[in-house]
Design a protein around this ligand. Structure first.
Ligand code: ATP
Ligand code: MG
Length: 298
């Protein structure tokens, strides 16, 4: 089962970025051979497996899991996150969304706000957007860089390469501290984004999701794709791989996300903590004490 899962996931997982090209990664179903019905069944199974793994992670309280979601608007980040969360114990999971930085956040280094939001040991932390915005939206709109109060001599043409290095060092640091990291790029096509935007405009109950700003960002599509490609080329590593998820098909995207999380957690070989002989004796004594209590009146 685990090996089968690994081989099915392989086309989507990028552990080495050197030759990564977005054009090799379809936005639709091509690399996943499963019918719609099977996809649905597998998704349910994935959610169950995830719940088991999470219980062990929480009980063991040693390792942590960080899941990062990046995507263009309307790619389905929120839905994918909702699905990963469905069925798992909310106490063991934290979701943070990172929007445009506040003045306080701009007063710090670029990893500050996300570092504060890292998951505790035993938990799954989900970042809806992350420090990767620093090499995406900030790269596409250099005027945002101006607001970051950096000393001008540090803002050179090497700034993106520097940031990739810093991110890689940071993720290596987390990995060496017992954290497992998976980064999801929900790869939606420009055509499908248009369809989803139109749906948001046409269906009243979806109107709230539409933002003029999102539609404006669409105008920078090519620049974003270049930034995503460069980002994946420079930050895909064996300990913090990118999962490039075909996102035109929502159920499939959710399945691949869930499967990649299950796979990562299975690799951690999580187990419930072993009870020592001394603890067993304590438990037996506690049981005896409870059983010898006088029967309480109802
Ligand atoms: P939704 O999908 O519900 O719209 P969202 O994640 O798109 O959620 P928004 O409130 O629309 O949330 O705003 C997020 C915006 O903040 C995005 O346009 C994103 O690019 C921007 N943003 C996030 N991090 C940074 C950053 N470090 N610098 C500048 N802009 C950022
Ligand atoms: Mg938005």
């Amino acid at each position: 089962m685990a090996e089968n899962l690994k081989s099915r996931l392989a086309p989507f997982i990028v552990t080495k970025g050197k030759n990564f090209k977005l054009k090799d990664h379809p936005t639709a179903r091509e690399n996943w051979k499963a019918s719609k019905k099977e996809t649905k069944k597998l998704l349910q199974k994935g959610t169950e497996l995830l719940r088991d793994q999470q219980e062990k992670l929480y009980a063991q309280d040693q390792r942590g899991v960080l899941l990062i979601f990046q995507a263009m608007d309307a790619a389905g980040k929120d839905g994918a996150i909702k699905h990963v969360m469905s069925g798992i114990n909310p106490q063991g999971c934290q979701v943070y969304s990172f929007k445009s930085p506040s003045p306080e956040e701009l007063d710090h280094d670029f990893l500050w706000r996300t570092t504060k939001a890292l998951p505790e040991r035993g938990r799954i932390g989900i970042f809806n957007r992350s420090y990767y915005e620093e090499v995406l939206v900030v790269r596409v709109h250099p005027e945002y860089l101006q607001k970051q109060k950096l000393p001008p001599e540090l803002v050179t043409k090497d700034i993106w390469k520097d940031r990739f290095e810093e991110i890689n060092a940071f993720e290596r640091y987390l990995a060496r501290n017992g954290y497992v990291i998976r980064k999801f790029f929900l790869n939606v096509s420009k055509k499908e984004q248009k369809r989803r935007f139109l749906e948001r405009l046409e269906q009243e109950e979806k109107n709230w999701k539409f933002s003029l700003a999102d539609a404006k960002e669409r105008g920078f599509w090519e620049k974003y794709m270049e930034a995503y490609e460069d980002m994946i080329q420079h930050t895909a590593t064996p300990h913090a791989p990118w999962v490039v998820v075909p996102a035109d098909d929502k159920p499939l995207a959710r399945l691949i996300v869930a499967a990649a999380v299950v796979d990562a957690m299975q690799d951690m070989k999580l187990a419930f903590p072993k009870v020592s002989e001394a603890q067993k004796a304590e438990l037996a004594a506690a049981r005896k004490a409870l059983e010898s209590e006088k029967k309480e009146k109802k």
